[in-house]
Design a protein. Structure first.
Length: 310
């Protein structure tokens, strides 16, 4: 099996690459170190442990700019995680999200010899549901940010290839992923670093907005289970069990670090979800997915990883 992982140097992608290599799987990794996303040095550090692994082949490619059939010609499995992330930034540069979330997805699929592909997994997001992402996959799809809209567009485009060309597509909608290597623009990474350095934390809204947090290794486990047991056409929510408010998360960070947070509350931002609570019953039935990591354990792992870098 040759596994192509796009977004290989990112938060989820780097963990997935590492675990796949540990399983003896040949991995073709693709990423483009886009500075508009986050610092290239951070992403390069993510893959530094396995960059020279004999089963790892890395390609630095901007997938939105052209086709790349030679790179993926030997792939039998594809996990498409590359995307321009971030709800708030998508309001500032929506065209960037169209390029990297929609055009890049088209170019990836067009580069593949679809008849050779056994599985194509598209990593999507709870943001496709909109303000209240609290139900199952048949809930209304009402994104409230260009990010969510472009991720939903990527889903629809991939589904059109599934219907017309036989792309063996599965869609996994991830809910609030956290853990070591979390992107530096994400809330917990920001909160942890600011508490460590005694800096003020800005909380947008009342802090009671909640997230159905999912530990990054649980996400990777769901992907592997989809590769093994999933069926073409699956659309699954991949979520943790616990729903945690921002205020509760901050209290846990304070407890684990033994330091008080300096907090400043400001008005809610445009496009920010009020609550996410993923219902993963379909994932349990289809691929036997069940999250293994409780929130406090996962958060402590993330804190320890940040402290080790300091």
């Amino acid at each position: 099996m040759s596994l192509c992982i796009t977004g290989a140097a990112g938060f989820i992608g780097s963990h997935l690459c590492e675990l796949a290599l540990d399983r003896g799987i040949r991995v073709i990794g693709i990423d483009c170190f886009l500075e508009a996303s986050y610092n290239a040095s951070t992403k390069k550090r993510n893959i530094s442990k396995f960059r020279e692994h004999p089963l790892f082949e890395f390609h630095e490619i901007d997938m939105s700019s052209s086709l790349f059939p030679k790179v993926v010609k030997d792939c039998t499995q594809v996990v498409h995680l590359a995307a321009m992330p971030g709800l708030m930034k998508s309001w500032q540069e929506p065209s960037l999200y169209v390029r990297h979330n929609i055009q890049a997805t088209i170019n990836l699929i067009e580069s593949l010899e679809v008849n050779k592909i056994e599985n194509f997994i598209l990593g999507s997001t709870s943001s496709v549901y909109g303000l209240h992402a609290t139900g199952q996959t048949n809930s209304p799809l009402e994104p409230i940010s260009p990010y969510g809209a472009t991720k939903l567009s990527a889903e629809l485009i991939a589904q059109s290839y599934m219907r017309s060309s036989g792309l063996p597509l599965q869609i996994l909608r991830f809910f609030s992923v956290y853990g070591p290597r979390q992107r530096p623009d994400m809330a917990y990474d920001i909160f942890i670093r600011k508490v460590i350095h005694s800096e003020e934390i800005t909380v947008f809204g009342d802090g009671e907005q909640s997230r159905s947090n999912t530990y990054v290794l649980d996400i990777c486990n769901a992907i592997f289970k989809s590769l093994e047991f999933g069926e073409v056409g699956n659309i699954l929510n991949i979520s943790g069990i616990e729903s945690i408010s921002i205020n509760e998360a901050l209290k846990n960070i304070e407890d684990l670090l033994g330091k008080k947070a300096r907090l400043s509350y400001k008005p809610t931002r445009q496009g920010d979800q009020r609550e996410t609570h993923g219902v993963s019953l379909e994932a349990w039935k289809s691929i036997k997915y069940f999250p293994q990591t409780d929130f406090r354990t996962g958060l402590n792992n993330q804190i320890n990883a940040i402290l080790e870098q300091s």
